[in-house]
Design a protein around this ligand. Structure first.
Ligand SMILES: Nc1ncnc2c1ncn2[C@@H]1O[C@H](COP(=O)(O)OP(=O)(O)OP(=O)(O)O)[C@@H](O)[C@H]1O
Ligand SMILES: [Mg+2]
Length: 275
């Protein structure tokens, strides 16, 4: 087959098929971070390298203080590493950019703005077209089941609803990469489980690249394509563990032997660290 087509003129063959894989959404090479404090120097991260492919859901799992949030802030362009390089879609991440959406543990909504106004906050900072942003905000309100609360204020919402507003705000600029730092940690267990399913639904719809942080092993296994396990500070990646579960994952997934085995495997790291 190759011999036949190679004998044709280039105009018939057309351009050579590209064998290149799509560029990774995030590439971090040998990231180290040292904080200088009044009480001395703290090495938070030590030569951390990672890749997140297009549409991949990757979770950082590690003990408290191992540098997960530090790494996420670097990816967001909010903090510069002491050494190493990080790029988003091949472009060095040195300042916040519109290809990135961030959600933190607390949704940090502005209490004096309505739900809709809060979701529209990035439209101003990212200089989005206001009409298009409003249309997108309406779609996101619908996606999050919040349409009837568009004109409510944050203090009129439950914790789970506030967190959903935070997720909608993160998605407003249609970012390529979602950075989520324990977005469900402050919620009660039932709301947390519901939002975990919601997040999977949204991710399956849009297939954004995600860097997710959690302390919950089952949450990491349920949501992720890969889980990166970090050591205690200074944080290093000690395992890159692919999750062999088909999608969509469901309630039945939580009872499957593969799910249990993945949780057991990851838990071993932390049992060993605390014994
Ligand atoms: N602004 C800062 N100044 C000085 N030290 C810092 C600063 N931010 C973080 N650290 C230190 O760096 C280390 C890593 O912090 P980081 O917040 O990244 O950890 P983490 O893995 O997100 O922890 P947790 O799971 O508790 O959120 C900790 O020892 C912390 O004390
Ligand atoms: Mg943190």
């Amino acid at each position: 087959m190759a011999a036949v087509s190679s004998s044709l003129p280039a105009s018939v063959n057309g351009p050579a098929p590209s064998l290149a894989v799509p560029p990774d959404t995030l590439t971090a090479d040998n990231i180290s971070v040292t904080y200088r404090t009044r009480r001395g120097i703290i090495e938070a991260l030590h030569q951390v390298s990672l890749r997140i492919g297009q549409g991949e859901f990757v979770t950082l799992l590690g003990p408290s203080g191992c540098g997960k949030s530090t790494l996420l802030k670097i990816a967001a362009g909010l903090l510069q590493p002491s050494a190493g390089r990080i790029a988003i879609a091949g472009i060095p991440s040195t300042v916040p950019n519109r290809a990135i959406g961030v959600a933190f543990q607390k949704p940090t909504l502005m209490p004096w703005k309505t739900v809709l106004q809060n979701i529209l906050v990035p439209a101003h900072t990212l200089k989005l077209d206001m009409r298009a942003a409003r249309d997108r905000a309406a779609g996101l309100l619908d996606l999050m089941g919040l349409s009837e609360f568009a004109d409510n204020y944050p203090n009129e919402l439950s914790g789970g609803m506030q967190q959903r507003v935070g997720l909608a705000r993160m998605l407003l600029g249609d970012p390529e990469l979602l950075l989520m730092d324990e977005p469900f940690a402050a919620l009660d267990a039932m709301t947390r489980e519901k939002l975990t399913f919601e997040l999977q639904r949204i991710w399956l719809r849009d297939r954004k690249s995600v860097l997710f942080i959690t302390h919950s092993i089952p949450e990491a296994v349920f949501l992720s394509d890969r889980v990166l396990v970090m050591s205690a500070r200074p944080g290093k990646i000690i395992e890159d563990y692919p999750i062999p579960l088909a999608r969509p994952r469901s309630l039945a997934t939580l009872d499957s032997p593969v799910f249990s085995e993945a949780c057991r495997h990851l838990r071993r790291h932390f049992v060993e660290q605390t014994l």
